[in-house]
Ligand binder design. Structure first.
Ligand code: SF4
Ligand code: SF4
Ligand code: SF4
Length: 178
């Protein structure tokens, strides 16, 4: 069984938000909401400033509090560790939203909770997630952490990287190359 992850090169991301638009189109994301978003993280002080541009989304955590706290089992782990929401099982109680340290979930206007699915429908067909496939700077990579020959495994071995809020203990699976 695979252990899917995303690796994003912050040195090549230009913040164009093509990934955000592609996700909305591919997944018919509800008006006024996004499953992914761009963060401009500025650190330091003038004249020694650094900016990291990140395309962020659900981290498909290995130790996912949203799955543990869901009272109906709607939040669950699918093939390759992809965290999904079974919309028919979701009551919209928002427990998962409260438990997610990444603010990755929202209530769909139809009452269920929605978020990034790692485009599981595409992955099952052997395709990359929509956001990965459209990136004009080719800075996003998707693959299996358990396969030492996958591009994501090789990149994580070769380049310094970080994940978001590792201290939360959720074991996030989106990695940012620095
Ligand atoms: Fe960055 Fe690629 Fe998204 Fe553009 S499409 S914002 S370059 S991750
Ligand atoms: Fe759950 Fe949030 Fe982790 Fe996604 S990022 S798996 S919604 S805790
Ligand atoms: Fe959207 Fe799919 Fe990218 Fe997740 S993996 S942000 S659902 S396009």
């Amino acid at each position: 069984m695979a252990r899917y992850a995303m690796v994003i090169d912050t040195r090549r991301c230009v913040g164009c938000a093509d990934c955000v638009v592609a996700c909305k189109t591919e997944n018919n994301v509800a008006d006024g909401f996004c499953r992914d978003w761009i963060v401009q993280d500025v650190r330091g002080g003038y004249p020694d400033l650094q900016m990291e541009i990140r395309s962020e989304r659900c981290n498909h955590c290995e130790n996912a509090p949203c799955v543990r706290c869901c009272p109906t089992g709607a939040s669950t782990i699918a093939v390759g560790g992809i965290v999904i929401v079974e919309r028919d099982e979701c009551t919209g109680c928002k427990a998962c939203i409260a438990s997610c340290p990444y603010d990755a979930r929202f209530v769909h206007p139809e009452g269920f909770v929605d978020k990034c699915t790692f485009c599981i429908h595409r992955v099952k067909e052997g395709l990359n997630p929509a956001c990965v496939s459209v990136c004009p700077t080719k800075c996003m990579f998707f693959g299996d952490l358990d396969d030492p020959d996958s591009e994501v495994s090789k990149l994580l071995k070769a380049r310094p990287n970080h994940a978001l809020f590792p201290e939360a203990g959720t074991k996030p699976k989106i990695y940012y190359l620095t």
